[in-house]
Design a protein around this ligand. Sequence first.
Ligand code: COA
Length: 332
Amino acid sequence: MTLHDWRVLPPGVVEPLLAAEIDAWARDLHWDVRQSWAVVEPARRAGRLPGRVVMDSSGRPQGWTCFFADGRSIQVMAIVATSAAATARLVESLMTSPQADTAETISCFVRGNAPGLDACLRAMGFQVGEYRYLVRESAPCPDQTTSGPAGRPHTIRRWSAGSSAHGGAVAYQDVASLLERAYAASPELRAFAPHGTSDEWHDYLENLLDRIDCGRFLPEASYVATGPEALDGVVITTRLDETTAHIAQLAVDPSARARGIGRALLDAALGAAAACQLPRTSLLVSDANARALALYAGQGFVQRASFVAARLAHPRRLTSVALATGGASTRR
Ligand SMILES: CC(C)(COP(=O)(O)OP(=O)(O)OC[C@H]1O[C@@H](n2cnc3c(N)ncnc32)[C@H](O)[C@@H]1OP(=O)(O)O)[C@@H](O)C(=O)NCCC(=O)NCCS
């Protein structure tokens, strides 16, 4: 197999690869990424988006990857491959890229379809976690106002109308700070806010509400649970395509857990999504998140696909060791 810098390949080679992946997201995940991925091909052609294509001896593409690189970090956008050998070549190419020389971290959050991807990343020293893509096909009636037990009343109220949290009735900073508290002790490998800092949560929330990478924010199906003093919980919902809502975030303050708030928020979001003519709801959850998995199983969500989350700190230091000892190639 041969490896090619995709920035110098003709559009006739790369565009069908992108189109096939966009189709796969629509078919398997009901996730319309056409608009959010529209930037990829122009950025590639302009030489701003590094990537690699691996081809067989007849010149047929067997896989591809691409990644955003800002000097200090590399964010892998996709790893698509037809075989474990192709996966290994792509991961190796990532690790030995000039961008990896200067990067402090490499992070992946990719569809988990490439054969052998998990083992290959582990062999190269990545910390790896699985995220399950769960889907629910119908929704219950919303129950938008509930009272919690044990003298801690809470109200589930809808996110303000409008396309952004900025200037709305829900204070943007309150939500970012709730997310920071809610995930502070979570053991799973997080693709978003990897270090859990306030700045990371702020950026994450801004992206979620204002951009379309994780679907288009749907304030009509997003709710907060307000406690006596602060926000107790939040559910942030987006729209992935004409039929599918996505629970992009569900979080409850640690001091308010196990009182039914998470379930009440989820019920409210599911009911509102159905009212928006979105009969299907999906979400991503770490397979290490037992509480959330139990909650979603109880609400009828079933696994439809999986994603791989992975992170490697100081890739340059580790790459030479991993490659010298066989690294990804031993897994072919
Ligand atoms: C997941 C989370 C939202 C649940 O919120 P919550 O308000 O505690 O949940 P509820 O009290 O409504 O409980 C709903 C279900 O969750 C599960 N659950 C709640 N607490 C649990 C615990 N300690 N152990 C195992 N399961 C638990 C149960 O299935 C429960 O249903 P049941 O009461 O019928 O048994 C909350 O733990 C959280 O914010 N976690 C951190 C953020 C996160 O992981 N979000 C999900 C991302 S996909």
